[in-house]
Design a protein around this ligand. Structure first.
Ligand SMILES: [Zn+2]
Length: 249
């Protein structure tokens, strides 16, 4: 009888540990100055008024970046006019806020799971948010400076982030869409997960030269978002699912 009780207790312990381990944290509803990913221009305008300035972003003709009268936040819109990235010094969520008056320590205490990207940048592995901190001048402490919410595509310059979002499709295509010029040249077809265009490999592919790495750019839209393979692999529906993984807010 006693052995049975011990067994039941142990099974209970294992079940509890398993449920804790498998219990993924749910997404936090982060906003910057009230603006969240996926909002429309109209929703943003209702909160911030019309933009002070709007110009093509680093990806001309595909995204545009708008700044608002108070100088913040900076918002990158998709062609369809939804928020793909927002940056600013006021990060809000349902039961809290981070402002430049908060220390770096306060940020780390609030988000103990935040990992470091670089010395002054860290991020939550499963959320689309990066925090920036800055030295306060006395060099004894650092403060919160700003935060950025973004779709993975616009965070590709921080190469480890997509992998840490635990999305197999992101991880796989992040690897295959960079330093891929040679592979693309041998593929039956090339497909772009940005504009969903599929072309024969002989088409005029553009190339990115970076540190001797060659990355193919899409002949249709110019994005470094190409995947190579056979006609059976590279289908519009496959490219659409990759597109959604990278670009859906
Ligand atoms: Zn394209």
């Amino acid at each position: 009888m006693r052995q049975l009780l011990v067994l039941v207790f142990l099974l209970g312990l294992i079940a509890t540990a398993f449920s804790i381990l498998s219990n993924r944290p749910s997404a936090i509803d982060f906003r910057i100055y009230g603006i969240g990913l996926g909002m429309t221009r109209q929703q943003v305008q209702a909160k911030l008024g019309p933009p002070q300035e709007e110009k093509p972003a680093e990806v001309p003709g595909i995204f545009s970046t708008a700044t608002y009268p108070k100088g913040e936040p900076t918002i990158t819109y998709s062609l369809e006019g939804t928020v793909l990235r927002v940056r600013g010094s006021r990060l809000e969520w349902p039961d809290g806020v981070l402002l430049p008056t908060h220390s770096k320590l306060a940020v780390q205490e609030t988000f103990p799971r935040a990992g470091s990207v670089a010395k002054t940048e860290f991020w939550l592995p499963d959320q689309r948010v990066v925090f920036r901190t800055w030295p306060l001048g006395d060099f004894a402490s650092e403060g919160f400076e700003s935060a950025e919410l973004s779709v993975p595509y616009l965070m590709r310059e921080r190469p480890r982030i997509p992998e840490q979002w635990e999305n197999a499709l992101l991880e796989d295509t992040a690897r295959r869409s960079q330093n891929n010029f040679e592979v693309l040249q041998k593929s039956e077809v090339i497909g772009c997960f940005f504009c969903i265009e599929i072309s024969p490999r002989s088409s005029q592919m553009l190339v990115d030269h970076q540190d001797e790495l060659l990355t193919g750019r899409c002949p249709a839209c110019g994005q470094p978002a190409l995947l190579g393979g056979t006609r059976d692999e590279i289908t519009p529906s496959y490219l659409r699912s990759v597109h959604d993984a990278w670009l859906r807010p």
